[in-house]
Ligand binder design. Sequence first.
Ligand code: SF4
Ligand code: F3S
Length: 106
Amino acid sequence: PFVVTENCIKCKHTDCVEVCPVDCFHEGPNFLVIDPDECIDCTLCEPECPVNAIFPEDDVPAGQEKFVALNAELAKEWPVLTVRKDPPADAAEWDGKPDKLNLLER
Ligand code: SF4
Ligand code: F3S
């Protein structure tokens, strides 16, 4: 499956959700995750993310490995999102900021 990684936190553009054919994105307060049990590896979401936060599970960037388990865990808790929303007003300022995992809201 594909995995949403750290750079989505506080950016949350949601362009990704519209292209997913199996509706496997789940939305939290400031982050989205992919349900690994639903993702069919179609690859369509990966290029849609303006901040390049989506990767195949076996090819996440170094240091982002914990996001594999986090996607699986949070997908069980958060509701499905299928329609794009406006991103946070300050999304651009958070693109590429380090250590955003500390800011993840549940
Ligand atoms: Fe959905 Fe395809 Fe992305 Fe998996 S790879 S989350 S099925 S759009
Ligand atoms: Fe996040 Fe990128 Fe989707 S910022 S909400 S993974 S388009």
